[in-house]
Design a protein around this ligand. Structure first.
Ligand code: ATP
Ligand code: MG
Length: 158
């Protein structure tokens, strides 16, 4: 089916506003006031993807930090949804394992913040079930960037 990814991201922002406020983390959405972007996929599952990524950016984000989401036109057919934070980051040696089930980085906020290590495994599973791609880049102490592709629906104006 097809849905508006801009609206979905706005909904998740509303859902997580209080959680972010508690750590004084700003959630910013670059595409906030632009036109809808219709994509193909399972709306509920994609909501879980966006939610898991944003919850992580808050959990492992620093007090007063910033999480930015943007939807970028990649090609005629694809968009890239990018979630960037300026949180604790992930050490290079641990990066390949973050999508594994039950994996939690040792000595990170994972020590003080609860979790089962399943969030990113679920995210990866959903993205791959959509035949899309997911990427992660991170610098320890600087921040992280998770991004995934989505296929545009025929419905779009441009
Ligand atoms: P769950 O999501 O099941 O509640 P979790 O958050 O520990 O638990 P994942 O979401 O799979 O599990 O993340 C795995 C690990 O990757 C985390 O424990 C954390 O160490 C690291 N991680 C994930 N997202 C970030 C991020 N945005 N910044 C820094 N570290 C992160
Ligand atoms: Mg998580």
């Amino acid at each position: 089916s097809e849905f508006d990814i801009v609206e979905l991201i706005q909904n998740v922002f509303d859902l997580l506003e209080m959680k972010a406020d508690k750590k004084k983390i700003t959630l910013a959405f670059e595409n906030y006031h632009i036109q809808p972007i219709f994509v193909k996929g399972d709306k509920d599952k994609m909501q879980q993807v966006v939610e898991n990524l944003l919850v992580n950016s808050i959990k492992y984000g620093k007090e007063g930090g910033l999480t930015e989401v943007s939807v970028i036109n990649l090609t005629k057919k694809k968009v890239l949804v990018r979630v960037t934070d300026n949180g604790e980051g992930i050490e290079k040696q641990n990066l390949p394992r973050v999508f594994e089930r039950f994996y939690r980085v040792d000595k990170s906020g994972s020590r003080t913040e609860g979790g089962s290590g399943l969030g990113l495994a679920i995210v990866k599973h959903i993205i791959e079930a959509h035949k899309e791609k997911i990427y992660v880049e991170s610098e320890f102490g600087i921040g992280s960037e998770f991004s995934f592709t989505m296929t545009k629906a025929k419905l779009n104006i441009s």
